[in-house]
Write a protein of this length. Structure first.
Length: 466
């Protein structure tokens, strides 16, 4: 019954906006699309339907109401962006299937695992190494890292069941979570919504590539990853500081895995090759999506992956569906003039302040309003384009605007226990209380903001983005 009530509420919201008076500057077609878009976002926020089903419902109504033509409604799937993420999901499957992801993790732990702080850095480095090729935080953090954290906690008798969660488990859970959103902010393909931000950026005249995103994020993101485990070690310390047995455990796991299999070697070659193409592809005329496609074909031809198993990865296809739909509807809102009007309206509210103050204000609003969102994608889809438009209207450089909002679209996921995919998984393990989760999420958010505003600004001026 609750499901039908949610559906009814979203439908009534859409109908209410459809028939509500609208500003004279906005034509009825733009307003009608806005009403369908708002209802679609509400379906996602209230979880009345799965995200793919919600967005597919939205574009269906745009066609039935003649708000958009069929070709326009499905134009988002012509973009390279949803295809890039779909293929990245497939490549990510190779890491998990071959066991290469776990091998990387145990390799770092076998080197750094003598201390609990070293374990945190080993897990952070694993996440960073996997981030470019695994766009799902749920798969990367929940599927690869979380089982390893659980194993480490069990090995040191750290469990919420017997009140010993603070021995090592709580600290490792918190460190992994705070680091994973930073890793996600460092690469275009490290989080599913990043390419969506880039696509929106094209609508405000900004071209952001895989390479310049990684370059822009490298210094401030790298610094955040270095200091986060250390800061948490001081303000949320583990009771057990020395963990020499972790090295032995990691080595035992590596011995059980044996030498790298043929599939692991092929997976490594494929990943390194696509990474090189993502970094240098622009110079030789190969875009990010064709490079990813080439890697996928390589993995299929070498039988590391099979087509049948790719058809059974629901998260990949679901992401593909909602990506294309959101791109089409957001593009329609821009083409009909509503996004531009809204951006100018917001910018006008900051007309009495400097560009820098206005830009930072918009960015902080965008960041902290995530407390009201249970989905990073819904947040990006609802607010990213109009706020970026407003920032550019205030005089902010388009490329810097896209990168700043792209980074924020990842970092805000660490604020709550529902703010991004792996949050419910890690919080649900019971190692960290709700109050601790929110408090340290807020504190580490301030740390990240300070790093990106200071070091990030200096770095971006150095490389010519600002």
């Amino acid at each position: 019954m609750k499901q039908y009530m949610k559906l009814a509420a979203c439908f009534l919201l859409g109908v209410g906006i459809w028939f509500a008076p609208h500003p004279e500057e906005i034509n009825s077609q733009a307003w009608h699309l806005f009403s369908i878009f708002s209802a679609t976002i509400s379906l996602i926020l209230l979880q009345a339907l799965p995200m793919g089903a919600a967005t597919l419902s939205g574009i269906t109504f745009t066609i039935l109401t003649k708000t958009m033509t069929f070709d326009a409604a499905f134009s988002g799937y012509k973009s390279a962006v949803p295809w890039l993420i779909l293929i990245a999901f497939f490549i990510a499957r190779g890491f998990i299937k071959t066991g290469l992801g776990s091998r990387v993790a145990y390799g770092f732990i076998s080197i750094l695992g003598k201390k609990t702080l070293g374990l945190a850095y080993g897990l952070m480095l694993t996440d960073l190494a996997l981030a470019p090729a695994i766009p799902s935080l749920t798969a990367r953090t929940g599927g690869v890292l979380f089982p390893i954290v659980k194993s480490l906690a069990n090995a040191f008798d750290s469990s919420p069941d017997n009140g010993t969660q603070r021995r090592v488990g709580a600290y490792l859970i918190m460190s992994v979570f705070q680091c994973t959103v930073v890793s996600a902010s460092m690469f275009l393909t490290a989080m599913a919504a990043n390419p969506l931000v880039v696509n929106f950026g094209e609508q405000i005249g900004a071209e952001v590539t895989w390479g310049n995103w990684a370059l822009a994020a490298s210094v401030p993101g790298g610094l955040s990853l270095i200091i986060i485990p250390a800061i948490l070690y001081q303000i949320y310390p583990p009771e057990l500081k020395d963990t020499p047995d972790a090295i032995n455990m990691a080595k035992e796991k590596l011995n059980e895995m044996g030498s790298m299999s043929r599939d692991e070697i092929v997976m490594t070659i494929g990943f390194l090759s696509v990474l090189v193409l993502w970094i240098f592809g622009k110079q030789i005329g190969i875009g990010a999506a064709p490079a990813a496609l080439l890697c996928l074909v390589f993995l299929l031809v070498t039988s590391v992956l099979t087509w049948d198993e790719l058809l059974r990865i629901p998260g990949a296809w679901d992401t593909f569906i909602w990506f294309g739909a959101l791109i089409a509807m957001a593009g329609g809102l821009k083409d009909f003039g509503l996004t531009v009007w809204f951006g100018k309206y917001i910018a006008a509210q900051f007309s009495d302040v400097s560009t820098e103050v206005g830009f930072l204000s918009l960015l902080l609003i965008y960041y902290y309003v995530h407390y009201f969102f249970a989905s990073s994608v819904a947040h990006v889809g609802a607010l990213c384009l109009p706020l970026m438009t407003a920032a550019v209207d205030l005089g902010a450089p388009p490329v810097a605007t896209v990168l700043a909002f792209g980074v924020a679209s990842n970092l805000y996921g660490a604020l709550t226990h529902y703010g991004c995919g792996p949050a419910p998984i890690l919080y649900g393990a019971g190692f960290v209380t709700l109050g601790e989760w929110w408090f340290y999420g807020f504190v580490m958010g301030l740390v990240n903001i300070a790093v990106w505003v200071t070091v990030g600004t200096f770095w971006w001026k150095t490389i010519g983005i600002l």
